[in-house]
Design a protein around this ligand. Structure first.
Ligand SMILES: C[S@@+](CC[C@H](N)C(=O)[O-])C[C@H]1O[C@@H](n2cnc3c(N)ncnc32)[C@H](O)[C@@H]1O
Length: 299
């Protein structure tokens, strides 16, 4: 066994020595001896899922839908050869991080990053996506499996509201997507982590005594429940969160259908729910906190 390992080592060393210092690659960049010694094959085993790279067109569409801005930090969970991490850093100049269990793929990704001259922007962590901390991400990309997405779901839902999540091929079980990508060569799913607003809120106008009470029933980004407006109990007819942004229509429900009466659009930040209530054409600015907590002014 030792002899075989020793032989393999000598063969590798010889191969490195015999190789020209650089070799041309199909894309015109230079291959290093490391590339020749390790060439991954599509479909090879991974810890929890095999390696298959996201096709270029789908990768572009995934980055597009994430609406990446300066200051974003992208994490690719199970980063393979690093193509999404490198692509994001190249295209948007943002910091991007890959977490990958296979050390050979991590080394390959680092070589690709060096060739793409994005070393200063990217980091590849050799680790397990179920153990490493990716909470600083503002954009998360995945190409895993349905059951792995579902396992990650509680961690993702606990991330900062507004974090964008894009998954190649697989959904998130009961958490409906905010949007989907349909391409000839594949499909993607997109979510924005919603702020948590479940429960009762008391809202007032300019510190006047509370004019409205909300009792929100939240299922991921979808909202229902009741609005108590100047003593009148109304239904939240359709509502949703998009990160910290909240919007809903309210009115009455009857056997003949919903009768909308007004809308609310606002934000939930630092425990304060604030926004504009448009009730039968009249706009009122409302803000407040959860019932049971003292009302606070905006920080
Ligand atoms: C389908 S590939 C996707 C590669 C890359 N994200 C892309 O879209 O091109 C999944 C990758 O996850 C890696 N992987 C599998 N289980 C993992 C785990 N528990 N922690 C980190 N990486 C893992 C595999 O080695 C593989 O490279």
């Amino acid at each position: 066994m030792v002899r075989i390992n020793g032989l393999a080592l000598v063969t590798s060393a010889l191969l490195v020595w015999l190789l020209p210092p650089v070799a041309a690659r199909a894309d015109g960049s230079q291959a290093t001896p490391g590339d020749v010694l390790y060439q991954p094959s599509v479909g090879q085993e991974g810890k929890d899922v095999i390696w298959v790279p996201t096709p270029d067109a789908l990768m572009q569409a995934m980055l597009d839908i994430a609406n990446i801005q300066d200051g974003d930090i992208l994490y690719d969970l199970g980063s393979g050869d690093g193509k999404i991490v490198i692509g994001a850093a190249q295209r948007y100049g943002i910091k991007a991080v890959g977490i990958e269990y296979n050390p050979d793929l991590v080394a390959l990704a680092k070589r690709h990053a060096a060739r793409a001259a994005v070393n200063d922007k990217v980091t590849f962590i050799r680790g397990d996506i179920f153990k490493e901390d990716f909470s600083e991400a503002t954009v998360l990309t995945l190409y895993l499996l349905p059951q792995l997405n579902v396992k990650l779901k509680p961690t993702i839902l606990a991330m900062r509201p507004g974090t964008r999540v894009v998954s190649n091929s697989f959904d998130m079980g009961t958490w409906p997507a905010d949007a989907t990508i349909e391409l000839e060569g594949g499909r993607g799913y997109f979510w924005v982590v919603p702020a948590s607003v479940q429960g009762r809120w008391q809202l007032g106008a300019h510190g006047a005594k509370p004019a409205a009470e909300l009792d929100i029933q939240q299922s991921f980004q979808l909202l229902g429940g009741r609005l108590l407006l100047n003593g009148e109990s109304l239904s939240i007819l359709s509502g949703r969160m998009r990160g910290e942004a909240i919007s809903f229509t309210y009115g009455t429900r009857s056997a003949n259908g919903d009768e909308p009466r007004g809308t609310f659009k606002g934000t939930v930040r630092a425990g304060i729910l604030a926004g504009t209530l448009s009730d039968q054409g009249v706009d009122v600015q409302l803000s407040g906190g959860r019932i049971g907590q003292a009302l606070r002014s905006r920080p």
